[in-house]
Design a protein around this ligand. Sequence first.
Ligand code: IPD
Ligand code: CA
Ligand code: CA
Length: 262
Amino acid sequence: MQGSANLNLMIKAARKAGRSLVKDFREVENLQVSSKGPGDFVSKADTEAERIIKEELLGGRPTYGWLGEETGTGAGADPTRRWIVDPLDGTTNFLHGMPHWAVSIALEHKGEIVSGVVFDAAKDEMYWAEKGAGAWMNDRRLRVSGRRQMVDGVFATGIPFGAKKTLPATLGDLARLMPTCAGVRRWGAASLDLAYVAAGRYDGYWERELQPWDMAAGIVLVREAGGIVQALGEGDDILASGAVICGNDGLFEPFCKAIRNT
Ligand code: IPD
Ligand code: CA
Ligand code: CA
């Protein structure tokens, strides 16, 4: 279990931001009962986490580019490398005092995600992967599940909320998939959904209308754990399309058939 210098930097940044978020998460419980609620407090926690990560990553690699949910894009002197960061994925869970949220950090090189870290700080689960070095959770090697029957499969998705356009499509997916499998979960943190596929907890996951920072780190986790990840629209680019489907190698085909309705 030996990561590169970049990977170690990513883990250090994720731990530092995670510590700050855990402290704030404890505070959220107290704020739940106030009439204003914890909304402003959480958006400050989120911004502070991105500041911490940016300081670590760009401090260590000042020439790399940047794409962060809270601070947007920044070009670096090295146009081939870019950090892709979601400082707090699963904000709604965090806001409601539910311990299912993560820090997500990826490194892209020449358009390909080469390293990813997803840190579930509330559970102290550090998921990490590097191209060619496998996927890990803390010091345990990860492997996608070995399930081969749809009836045994548990899948995850995100159900669009608010003004998202794709609710009918996702409800259609659920109507086709649910009668064929053992269950569908919707836990509200895309980076962890991908990490759970890598860990063999979920057998597959799909979602639409995501942003690059929701998926980037998780993509390399699933691939390095032996899973398959594609854009939901066949032939599309995953990050650009914002719609992803992934699963273990045995169930990917029937799972795709149900979701893509082919
Ligand atoms: C959200 C989560 C959620 C997904 C949403 C994302 P945020 O990210 O990943 O699971 O369904 O589409 O926006 O806002 O908590 O960083
Ligand atoms: Ca997110
Ligand atoms: Ca976020």
